[in-house]
Design a protein around this ligand. Structure first.
Ligand code: ADP
Ligand code: KDG
Length: 313
């Protein structure tokens, strides 16, 4: 496998179909979501191999997650356990703000252990992609992330890290040293413009913050700026990419589609300008329909988006 491998928790996702408070909903759509598997799907959609390592309950929700990922062409390496599969509930409050609530404490993702890692899969990949969500779940989940990084580094596999700080899972004081530690072991770091201060508190603007991260030994620092696009800092050169204007329906998952697309282009050997352009297009498209990963574009969708609508027959 020369593509991407990732490790993390994927949950069943109960998503309110309409706008309004959850208590006024009479049904919920059943989907799946997980930052790492969202990125793996984004990679697959662009025709690049991707593998996901994780744990799921031995239950219907676990079957749903496993069959959905397999259906998307992701190579699944899963341990099934007696612990129920974790759940995430997503509602769109009046005014359009998306609220997410987790039911995942002690869930299968928290049981992740370095023993779950298939060394050959990681060592055979082109990139290992991890996020700051998994180490927040438990001590053994954090150990698993560090163990995966060690295997990748030992095998000369690039390490990609999406900071993805989730304040509902851990406070800044607990998160900062761990996220810092992972960033310092990564070749590529994706960081939100709202997260970068956490890792570079003494720098007083985005550029200085990106330089501070690069000084940790990170080869490519990519700052995700939502509707303002993105910038990448590598070899001391800053490359900027505007956002593609879109009508946002559901912003959750944009960062995962962005990271997956950037990494797919990196695996293909594309220059940084193309990595950023494809990533920004995929991030923008990811916001245009409901779901954390469903709108990640295929090669064909992307060509249509970048080349103008037209009619495909
Ligand atoms: P995250 O989902 O991790 O918070 P962002 O919201 O910054 O990350 O989204 C990742 C990337 O997706 C952005 O850098 C941008 O290129 C694209 N993107 C996100 N939101 C929009 C938007 N509203 N319009 C256009 N592009 C967007
Ligand atoms: O980036 C989107 C993810 O946050 C979502 O799919 C669920 O993994 C998830 C999380 O922990 O928030």
């Amino acid at each position: 496998m020369t593509g991407l491998v990732t490790v993390g928790e994927t949950m069943a996702l109960l998503s309110a179909p309409g706008e309004g408070h959850l208590r006024h909903q009479r049904s919920l759509d059943l989907r799946i979501g997980g930052a790492e598997s969202n990125a793996a799907i984004a990679v697959r959609r662009l025709g690049t191999p991707a593998a996901w390592i994780g744990r799921l309950g031995r239950d219907g929700m676990g079957d749903l997650v496993e069959s959905t990922l397999r259906g998307e062409g992701v190579d699944v390496h899963v341990v099934r356990t007696d612990t129920p599969t974790s759940i995430m509930v997503k509602e769109r409050r009046p005014g359009g703000a998306t609220h997410v609530r987790y039911y995942r404490r002690g869930g299968p993702g928290s049981e992740l252990s370095p023993r779950d890692l298939d060394e050959a899969v990681i060592a055979g990949a082109g990139i290992l992609h991890v996020t700051g969500i998994t180490p927040a779940l438990s001590a053994s989940a954090a150990e698993t992330v560090f163990a995966a990084i060690e295997i990748a580094r030992g095998a000369g596999v690039d390490v990609s890290f999406d900071v993805n700080w989730r304040p509902t899972l851990w406070a800044a004081t607990d998160a900062t040293p761990v996220l810092h530690e992972i960033a310092s072991r990564a070749d590529v770091v994706f960081v939100g413009d709202d997260e970068v201060e956490l890792l570079a508190p003494r720098a007083d603007n985005e550029l200085a913050q990106a330089h501070a991260l690069a000084r940790l030994g990170v080869r490519e620092v990519v700052v995700k700026r939502g509707a303002r696009g993105a910038v990448a800092l590598l070899d001391d050169v800053l490359v900027e990419q505007d956002a593609f204007p879109v009508r946002v329906v559901d912003p959750v998952g944009a960062g995962d589609a962005f990271a997956g697309a950037y990494l797919a282009e990196l695996l293909a050997g594309s220059p940084v300008e193309q990595r950023l352009r494809t990533a920004a297009a995929c991030g923008a498209l990811a916001t245009t329909i409901v779901g954390d990963w469903e709108a990640a574009p295929t090669v064909d969708d992307l060509a249509t988006f970048l080349g103008g609508p037209g009619v495909r027959r």
